[in-house]
Each structure stands twice: as C-alpha cells, then as structure tokens.
Design a protein around this ligand. Structure first.
Ligand code: SAM
Length: 293
C-alpha cells in the first residue's frame, strides 16, 4: 500500500474546506485526493502519468462520483489539460512528486533491485525509452554524470565504467543484472546501511522519467492558474527537486505577475511519529504558496 505523506499538513496549506476546484497533479493511489474531497473540495481534477495508478485511483475515488475527473497526463501538460476541460482558474493544486510505493515495490515495473525482472522503470509505460534502452544508448560520461548528479553517488565513474564494460558482453536488461554490476563495482566499505545499488537505481529512475526536467515550467503553469486566495502545495523527496521548487516559487514571487505569498519560509517536514511509521516520509519536504485574495 502507498501511504500518503503529511496529510494533515497538506490539508492545512491547501485548505480544501473552502470548497472550489482543486487539482491533484499526482493522484497516485488517491490517498491525498480522498482527504481533499472529504475535507470539502467541490471538484477534483486528478492527473497521473501512470495508467495503472489512475485505474486504482478510479476504484478508490468512485464514491465521489462526478466530483472527480481523472486524466492520464503528465503534469507538465497542466495548461493543456485544464484548457481542454474548460477550466480557467483553480482554488488549489497539489503535487506529491516522485514515485509511489506501489511503483517502486510492485512487480513488473522494473524499479527495484529486490526482484529480478526487466529493467523498465517508466512511470508511464506507454511512452519513452525503458531504463534498459536508455542505459544501452548512453555513453559512459553521460551515465557517470547521471549517477553522480541524481544519485549523489561518489563511485559514479567506476559504476559507469562497469556498466559500459558489462554491456559489451551482453545487454543490461534486468534489474538483477544492473544491481550485480553496481555491487561488484563499488568497494563494500562505507555502505553499511543501504544496498550499494540504491543510489544508482534512484539516479537511473530520475533520469529515465525526466523527473527534474521542466519542473519549473509546471510550477509556473500551476501558479498562474491560481484564483485569488488559491493555494499551491508541493511535496518533494530529493534535495535537487526541493531546490527547484524553492527557487522557482521565489522567482515567480519576484516576477510579480501573480501576487504570491510563500507560506513556508522553511520546508515543512513530517513529525517524528510519521517519520518512524513511514520510512518513505523521512525525506519529504512540503512547500506551499498562496495567491493574494
Ligand atoms: C508519490 S506518488 C503520489 C501519491 C498520492 N499523493 C497518493 O496519496 O496516493 C507520485 C505519483 O505521481 C505520478 N507522477 C510522477 N511524475 C509525474 C508527472 N510528471 N506527471 C504526472 N504524474 C506524475 C507518479 O506516477 C505517481 O503515481
């Protein structure tokens, strides 16, 4: 099961009890969406790029009937989606970035080194290259840069060299193959708590799904859609992602075409009880902004 993070904090900053039109840009399994609807949102537009997540959300949110509109879309197409639905302004937008527990741990998605299966890693399996295809096409420097930047992996060069060496012998096509290549490439010392493949798998996932690309474009679209008094809430799980959110909100505030108040001077993080209960929540950072009434 995917447990939604910081639900109380999301409701506090999104304030759906005001009623109105809300957008959940990453509906996933619908945990936040359900809370937002139960708190009083009149209508929810729910986007996800993963058709499997949307199918589950459709079941979980069926009781809310036509208050919910589910759309298979990348949130970077927010403007086009809202235009197609004839919606100009919204009262609140939520984005809970990254991957869900079901994507990471579920079978057949190729995100995890805990099972051996085809190395896919696409959140939207209907489009774009798989991780296996991306790895087979990239040069060694690109792989090293990806693993260093998105995985903060200090052994990135060794790992990239090991991958390009291995793929000369046979294609790297399964999660098990990739994990073994990484484990053999890095010195054992210094990795007491996590599997040596963890950072590389995270990096390849962020790269294949272009998770940091055009996040600023999405945030700009989101802020410009806010009605007076409208709220924006973003939860990120990676320091690079949080940095983009922080800087883009500040830049949009400075640009002044929307009168924006940043409600969170520092990011909101989960309380101790939640962090202990839900390990995925530990790296979560929530930032919120509000358009002047
Ligand atoms: C952390 S989960 C969201 C969980 C959700 N808040 C819940 O309560 O179940 C992130 C979701 O965002 C989706 N996602 C990630 N990037 C996306 C993008 N660019 N456009 C649309 N959906 C995206 C993923 O497919 C995944 O289902």
């Amino acid at each position: 099961m995917h447990e939604p993070v910081m639900v109380a904090e999301v409701l506090e900053h999104l304030a759906p009890a005001r009623g109105g039109v809300f957008v959940d840009c990453t509906v996933g399994y619908g945990g936040h969406a359900r809370a937002v609807l139960e708190a009083g949102a009149s209508r929810l537009i729910a986007l996800d790029r993963d058709p499997a997540a949307l199918a589950d959300a459709a079941v979980g949110l069926a009781a809310f009937g036509d208050r919910v509109t589910l759309v298979h879309a990348d949130y970077r197409r927010l403007d086009a989606v809202l235009d197609e639905l004839g919606i100009d302004g919204v009262d609140g937008l939520l984005a809970d970035l990254g991957v869900s527990s079901m994507q990471l741990d579920g079978p057949g998605r190729g995100f995890s080194f805990r099972r051996d299966e085809p190395l896919d890693m696409r959140m939207d399996p209907t489009t774009g290259p798989t991780a296996a295809e991306a790895i087979s096409d990239a040069d060694e420097k690109t792989l090293a840069d990806v693993i260093y930047e998105f995985g903060e992996e200090r052994h990135s060069r060794r790992i990239a060299r090991a991958i390009t060496g291995a793929r000369q012998r046979s294609p790297v096509s399964t999660t098990g193959q990739l994990a073994e290549i990484v484990r053999r490439a890095v010195p054992r010392k210094g990795y007491s708590r996590i599997d040596p493949a963890t950072r590389t798998f995270q990096a390849i996932r962020i790269w294949v799904n272009r998770e940091l690309e055009e996040l600023d474009v999405f945030l700009t679209q989101a802020v410009r859609r806010l009605r007076p008094g409208g709220r924006l809430v973003i939860i990120s799980f990676h320091s690079l992602e949080d940095r983009i959110v922080k800087h883009t909100l500040r830049a949009l505030q400075a640009a002044g075409d929307v009168e924006l108040t940043i409600r969170t001077k520092r990011p909101v993080v989960p309380g101790e009880v939640e962090a202990n209960r839900n390990p995925r929540a530990r790296s979560a950072k929530l930032r919120a902004a509000e358009c002047a009434a």
